[in-house]
Design a protein around this ligand. Structure first.
Ligand code: ADP
Ligand code: MG
Length: 223
């Protein structure tokens, strides 16, 4: 079985309090994972480790079979393979195009290639033609789609989504759900946290359920 991530005895604490304790977890490439659990159960903490943004206090994280070394030189290529989309993403005051192109610019992807990727990403989120709109003048749902486009334009191997449907209207959430479900087939592994107890069933994929920072068995099927 091909392995993308492996977590081994991962612990994360704030002060004296352990907020994440995962003995063993294997995530496979090209898979959709829904990460569920109550508020404070450690979902965002787990995503920040998977995004290589915050090291565990102890334990070992493997990515693509190799142990992750938590120093900047080793982390740079890993961080480029993974994109984390926050729950309330920040759009700066500029055009939709420049917001979506932002990450590409940082990676020195310019010109035709940048243009192609921005257009394709906007198409995927249903915002073709929005290039010249002011990002700050968009509705909440549109802004969330622009943030998703900015993540998709990077073509990450792994897309980590922190409650992507929390603040969006019904139509946007239906569109984003359909998109998210299609990504594993395009080779992107998706790990998304959700509060919606229907999501794991509706979206398919595999369930990771956290209770007080520990892996727990699958949720009982919704009644
Ligand atoms: P979730 O995303 O499932 O709601 P989090 O991963 O954000 O949970 O938080 C897990 C626990 O860690 C919570 O009890 C939270 O209060 C605590 N926590 C998260 N970040 C910090 C921090 N920077 N400092 C102190 N405690 C934190
Ligand atoms: Mg959270």
């Amino acid at each position: 079985m091909e392995t993308l991530y492996r977590l081994s005895n991962i612990r994360k604490s704030y002060g004296q309090r352990t907020v994440l304790a995962i003995n063993e977890l294997v995530l496979r490439p090209g898979t959709l994972y829904t990460l569920t659990g109550a508020n404070g159960s450690g979902k965002s903490t787990l995503l920040s480790i998977l995004a290589f943004l915050s090291p565990p206090a102890s334990g070992e994280l493997f990515f693509g079979g190799a142990p992750v070394r938590w120093n900047n030189a080793a982390l740079l290529p890993l961080r480029r393979a993974v994109t984390l989309l926050h729950q309330s993403p920040y759009l700066f005051n500029g055009s939709v195009f420049s917001n979506v192109a932002y990450g590409l610019k940082l990676r020195a992807i310019r010109g035709d290639e940048q243009h192609r990727r921005v257009e394709e990403a906007l198409m995927m989120v249903g915002l073709a033609g929005f290039e010249h709109r002011r990002a700050r003048e968009l509705s909440g749902g549109e802004a969330q789609r622009v943030a998703m486009a900015r993540a998709l334009a990077l073509g990450p191997r792994v897309l980590l989504l922190d409650e992507p449907f929390a603040n969006v209207d019904r139509d946007t959430s239906a569109l984003l759900e359909e998109l998210v479900v299609s990504l594993p087939g395009r080779g992107t592994t998706v790990i998304m946290t959700t509060h919606d107890p229907e999501h794991p069933d509706r979206l398919g994929g595999e369930l990771i359920h956290l209770v007080a920072g520990e892996l727990a068995g699958p949720l009982p099927a919704a009644a």
